[in-house]
Write a protein that binds this ligand. Structure first.
Ligand SMILES: Cc1ncc(C[n+]2csc(CCOP(=O)(O)OP(=O)(O)O)c2C)c(N)n1
Length: 320
């Protein structure tokens, strides 16, 4: 069981750790220490941290490929996360998954999935298992705005509603799927209206505001624990970096980016806590220093870790 209220300074520290971890990862990618794809979550931190603050550690969590923050928020060690990016044996997926395939079964973090929308039915499977076993866990299924026009997404929502599954579909609407604006890909004016088509209650949440994410999700999760049902949240957020490390993000204007930077979720929570006398500048600087140190240490750990042995190359690989 979680304490009734997660400490907000602790949650701010988590957001800073995620930010500093990914900044280091970005540098290591540019130095060619990390191969393959790498999608950063910078700017979206309040979404998953707000969600973790509203739920229990034994609730299930599953997401797409922008997954570093989801593992870190769940408590996967930064060392194991960085080592995974480096393809090292000490990584959270034994160095065989990379950036898009983080996994931590012990912490109920069920990936890390690269195919857009494909994990949404898997999330329903997790929620079905909980209901079948009469557990009061809730499944949190995160996905981007690009997933909502995939067939698998629609099949999953239909089943979730039909079976009254204990699941929250959390659409992290960062306005773009790669370089495609949501306005060009989706017929609806509001993504949340997708849920109505399946008789699933939905709401819009400000994803730059940690407190709003936490509080709205808490209400939803309380209702689901009482009587299982699906729910949908369109969380409006923004990614400050490109889609992946190789995207210069030339499809959006500097003004747009600047507007969202002024609404940085970390700065916002810091300001709220400072105004209320719960955080001093000195405390903030110390937390940030610690986050930077942890991120630096994770790079050292990853560098010094062994490669997976060659004979493990085909382990955990399956064909259908
Ligand atoms: C089925 C499928 N089609 C296309 C791709 C290529 N692709 C990778 S990421 C992406 C954009 C998805 O955007 P969104 O779901 O909004 O998530 P975000 O990147 O914004 O987090 C696409 C089209 C894919 N991985 N899977």
């Amino acid at each position: 069981m979680q304490p009734a209220e997660r400490d907000e300074v602790e949650m701010l520290s988590l957001m800073l750790l995620i930010r500093r971890f990914e900044e280091r990862a970005s540098q290591q990618y540019q130095a060619q220490k990390i191969g393959g794809f790498c999608h950063l979550y910078i700017g979206q931190e309040a979404v998953v941290v707000g969600a973790v603050a509203a739920t229990r550690d034994d609730d299930y969590l599953i997401t797409a490929y922008r997954d570093h923050a989801h593992a870190l928020a769940r408590g996967t060690s930064p060392d194991a996360c960085m080592a995974e990016l480096f393809g090292k044996e000490t990584g959270c997926s034994k160095g065989l998954g990379g950036s898009m395939h983080y996994f931590d079964k012990a912490r109920h973090m069920y990936g890390g999935h690269a195919i857009v929308g494909a994990h949404v039915p898997l999330a329903c499977g997790l929620a079905f298992a909980c209901k079948y076993r009469k557990e009061d866990r809730v499944t949190l299924c995160f996905f981007g705005d690009g997933a909502i026009n995939q067939g698998a997404f629609h099949e999953a929502l239909n089943l979730a509603a039909l079976y009254k599954l204990p699941i929250v579909f959390i659409c992290e609407n960062n306005l773009f799927a790669m370089g495609t604006s949501v306005k060009r890909s989706t017929s609806l004016k509001q993504i949340v209206d997708r849920a109505e088509g399946y008789d699933i209650p939905g709401e819009i949440v400000d994803g730059m505001n940690f407190r709003e994410v936490r509080d709205k999700l808490k209400e939803v999760v309380t209702s689901i624990r009482k009587e299982p049902h699906p729910a949908f949240m369109e969380v409006r957020t923004y990614r400050y970096r490109g889609h992946s490390m190789s995207d210069p993000a030339s499809y959006r204007t500097k003004d747009e980016l600047e507007k969202y930077r002024l609404d940085d979720p970390i700065i916002r929570l810091r300001a709220q806590l400072t105004r209320e006398g719960k955080l001093t500048n000195e405390q903030f600087d110390n937390i940030d220093k610690q986050a930077k140190q942890t991120a630096n240490d994770s790079v050292k750990f990853a560098e010094e870790s062994p490669e997976p042995p060659l004979e493990k190359l085909y382990d955990y690989t399956y064909v259908s």
